[in-house]
Write a protein that binds this ligand. Structure first.
Ligand code: SAH
Ligand code: SF4
Length: 450
């Protein structure tokens, strides 16, 4: 992994305490609700004038993860496997003969009923509930803000413990996109991202740590809590609201493989949340060695952030391409376990005006995907303050899409959702960036000496 270079691509962030409220005309005002007055008060502006320095061919391939995770004093059972829950029960003195049954009860209360406390778990004896409560929790990440787009998209800002006094609490975002036939939850895998894709807002975020399995599952729990979407609570349609999960939020899921795997196995578990593997999609920028593992160990649908058909351009847009070039990436797709015409791999292609949107690009794209059960998802570029890219003209997107369609590929153009609340693809970027000058200097010093 590359190290940050001195004087490298640090984003300049104003001191949150002194920062004025958002004024930038390009950035819509944050429509935070009043759930948390502290969150509303810290609303500040980012100076993104240096954001572009992280972009381009000279950007480091990866940033070093600066943040660490210190678990809370009372661990949460959310995100633990059955075996890990049994271990926790053993540690608090539950007799071996009882553990299996207790695990089953807990699993049901947590993942089918959405219980937020042991107190609610009425099929468990009072004494046992008290014992559990003394040592453990079923806590999920704390919701510090909720924004609702005028198209119904909802974005939650979640606060996670950092456990370190020098650091502010970590924050990630999670987005719910309702459609007529489904409800998709876009889930984050890391605080920030160590990769530096030049068109992605998350990529400009400096501070990075992996989420735990509990923090990943916790995002689905939070969405079900906020949408009142648990099994015993009536929903208007009678069905669930969160029907699909996409690992397309902040972070590169295949750089946090174990936690993402453990979390998705819980999300897919039939005796719990029960979202089928076919309704879970993991998107990667191309971490080749973990692509096959994804098929073997998780078995979910795969999406590849391709975005360019020539290595030269992909090196610039997705710098990880320098490590795993297009040919290797496509070979991993050909070898992806379980792919078939019924279970196609999605190739995501962000439409950047004058950069990757010519008909020659479309032709080469069709040619190179030959033999792979594929669908192509064209994503209109979602702009963010400070970016040097523009979204392709609609005419051009249509021509591109038509060429692909005529070549036999389904080529839906992804409708941007939640743009007004910066919830669309690649616009996510938590507020963890708002560090004080002292904190920034300390982190900078750490990065330089590491
Ligand atoms: N890190 C993973 C998953 C998160 S990004 C990945 O890169 O695949 C989810 C999708 O949004 C990716 O295809 C990503 O390339 C795309 N994306 C990032 N920034 C974007 C932007 N500004 N506009 C449109 N799509 C963007
Ligand atoms: Fe990370 Fe994906 Fe954004 Fe690239 S596109 S910086 S891999 S989140």
């Amino acid at each position: 992994m590359c190290r940050l270079e001195p004087g490298g691509p640090f984003l300049i962030v104003r001191d949150a305490a002194k920062a004025p409220l958002l004024k930038d005309e390009d950035e819509p005002p944050l429509n935070r609700d009043a759930m948390n007055p502290v969150a509303a008060e810290t609303n500040s502006t980012l100076d993104t004038t240096n954001a572009h320095v992280a972009a381009g061919a000279h950007a480091p391939l990866e940033k070093i993860a600066l943040e660490t995770y210190v678990p809370p004093a009372k661990p949460s059972l959310v995100g633990l496997s059955r075996a890990e829950i049994a271990e926790q029960l053993g540690a608090i003195g539950v007799a071996p003969a009882q553990r299996k049954m207790r695990v089953q009860q807990l699993w049901h209360w947590i993942y089918v009923r959405g219980a937020k406390s042991f107190e609610e778990m009425t099929s468990i004896s009072k004494e046992m509930r008290a014992q559990l409560d003394q040592h453990l929790t079923v806590a999920r990440p704390e919701v510090v803000a909720e924004q609702v787009s005028n198209d119904g998209t909802r974005k939650w800002l979640l606060r996670l413990p950092s456990g370190d006094s020098i650091e502010k609490a970590h924050e990630v975002e999670c987005v719910y996109i309702p459609e007529t036939d489904r409800g998709t939850l876009c889930v984050s895998s890391q605080v920030g991202c160590t990769l530096n894709c030049s068109f992605c807002h998350t990529g400009t975020q400096r501070l990075v740590r992996n989420l735990t399995s509990g923090e990943i599952v916790g995002q689905i729990m939070v969405a079900r809590d906020r949408l009142n979407d648990w099994a015993d609570r009536a929903t208007p349609t009678g069905g669930r609201l969160v029907t699909n999960v996409v690992m397309m939020g902040m972070g590169e899921p295949l750089y946090n493989f174990e936690a993402v795997r453990d979390a998705l196995l819980i999300v897919a578990d039939n005796e719990g949340i029960g979202i089928s593997r076919r309704r879970i999609t993991l998107s990667t920028s191309g971490v080749v060695p973990n692509i096959i593992r994804t098929g073997d160990e998780i078995g979910v649908m795969l999406a590849i952030s391709l975005h360019a058909v020539r290595d030269e351009l992909r090196n610039e847009l997705v710098p990880l391409n320098r490590k795993y070039p297009i040919a290797e990436l496509l070979q991993a797709c050909r070898d992806y376990p379980g792919s078939s015409n019924a279970r196609r791999i999605t190739f995501e292609y962000v439409m950047l005006k004058g950069v990757n949107d010519s008909l020659d690009d479309a032709k080469l794209l069709v040619k190179m995907l030959k033999g792979i059960p594929a669908k192509i998802n064209l994503i209109p570029f979602n702009p963010w303050p400070g970016t040097r890219y523009e979204c392709s003209d609609w005419d051009q997107i249509e021509k591109f899409s038509e060429y692909i369609f005529n070549a036999g590929y389904s080529s839906p153009v992804r409708t941007p959702r939640g743009r007004d609340i910066l919830a669309a693809c690649g616009q996510l970027k938590s507020e963890t960036e708002k560090l004080s000058v002292r904190e920034r200097q300390a982190l900078r010093a750490m990065a330089m000496t590491d």
